[in-house]
Write a protein that binds this ligand. Structure first.
Ligand code: FES
Length: 349
């Protein structure tokens, strides 16, 4: 057995260093370093990957615009899956993969692969260091060949410029702007369509029947909705989220505000059921104090004082709905709420 050769001493004079730096192996040139044809072939391969990435991004946008979201495709083993999701996933995946693969192939075949030793130095940024960094950057740019290989440079810039478009077109999924939708509720439908003088029958949410004043008894809380708003309506939940009301009966002389009295009928008042804090449905009524408590964060509204906030984080009163009684003796709302219901938004600003 031959004796193992010890590394050269690197420590203080005469001492053997067991952690001696073995140095770098000799650089072996790659095929693309010595064969210009091989280098050209690699250049075309890199460019091809970037071009495929560009095509995939274009296909992503075309799929987003052209494929219906309800279309499906049958895929072996997976069964029926959404065609739009599959197309978006595949095309975006190919676009990103080809950029990555192109960059790796470029680095492995065409950029310089000579290892460089950099001695550790103090971490302070003096002008000499900055100059050295700039020199190294320029050296790296020169070694990568980006200046000499315009085909790669242009296709890479094209691929990198197109890929963010995938994210831009997805912004469309944030939906249309709300417009004036937040300012109106279903109670204003008749007024907007010129029906029944703009008045709307008040329907008991539980029985589905129109309400008469006698149905609202003292101490009870009655949930109601506008006539014509049914579960079959396309936007039922969204509309109910704004139109839900509750009715209570007070003694007319308990009502503190002249406007509230004017908008009531024989002491019956109607208020939005949607809390003005962050929109929880309210339903805890205290008969003695006429206070209505929101279960979410305990905002408390005084229904005998214009729905004013008496406690909690809500910043504004509960909107009141003006009511009256029609010729047949049924309760009806006179037009829409006078202000937006639910949480405050930019109408306050
Ligand atoms: S949602 Fe009613 S208090 Fe917060």
């Amino acid at each position: 057995m031959s004796e193992e050769k010890l590394p050269e001493p690197h420590g203080p004079a005469g001492a053997l260093d067991p952690f001696a730096d073995p140095g770098l192996p000799e650089h072996e040139p790659r095929r693309t370093d010595i064969d210009e044809k091989a280098a050209k072939r690699a250049e075309r391969q890199v460019s091809l990957l970037f071009v495929i990435s560009m095509l995939a991004t274009v296909a992503f946008i075309a799929s987003y615009v052209g494929i219906d979201k309800y279309d499906t495709v049958d895929i072996f083993f997976f069964g029926k899956i959404g065609a739009l999701n599959m197309a978006l996933g595949l095309t975006l995946g190919v676009a990103l993969f080809c950029i990555g693969a192109g960059a790796i192939h470029w680095a492995r075949t065409l950029m310089t692969d000579e290892e460089i030793v950099q001695e550790r130095h103090e971490l302070k940024s003096d002008p000499a260091d900055r100059e050295a960094a700039i020199r190294e950057f320029q050296q790296g740019a020169s070694d990568s060949g980006i200046g000499r290989r315009p085909l790669i440079r242009r296709t890479m810039i094209g691929a990198m410029a197109l890929v963010p478009l995938s994210g831009v077109v997805l912004l469309r999924d944030l939906g249309p702007l709300p417009g004036t939708k937040l300012r109106h509720t279903f109670w204003g439908e008749n007024a907007r369509n010129g029906i029944n003088n703009g008045n709307t029958l008040i329907i008991n949410e539980n029985t589905g029947k129109p309400l008469r004043p006698a149905d609202i008894t003292k101490g009870s809380l009655t949930m109601a909705k506008p006539e014509g708003l049914d579960v079959e309506n396309h936007d039922y939940l969204a509309e109910m989220g704004k139109a839900a009301i509750l009715l209570i009966r007070l003694e007319p002389d308990e009502i503190k505000s002249a406007k509230q009295l004017d908008w009531s009928y024989e002491g019956i008042v109607a208020y939005s059921k949607i809390c003005t804090h962050v929109g929880c449905p309210i339903g805890l009524y205290e008969q003695q104090t006429h206070h209505l408590l929101c279960p979410c964060h305990q905002s408390t509204f005084d229904l005998a004082d214009d729905g004013a906030v008496v406690f909690g984080p809500a910043a504004r009163s509960l909107p009141q709905l003006r009511i009256a009684v029609n010729n047949e003796g049924y309760l009806e709302a006179v037009g829409d709420f006078a202000e937006p219901v639910g949480p405050s938004f930019w109408e306050r600003g």
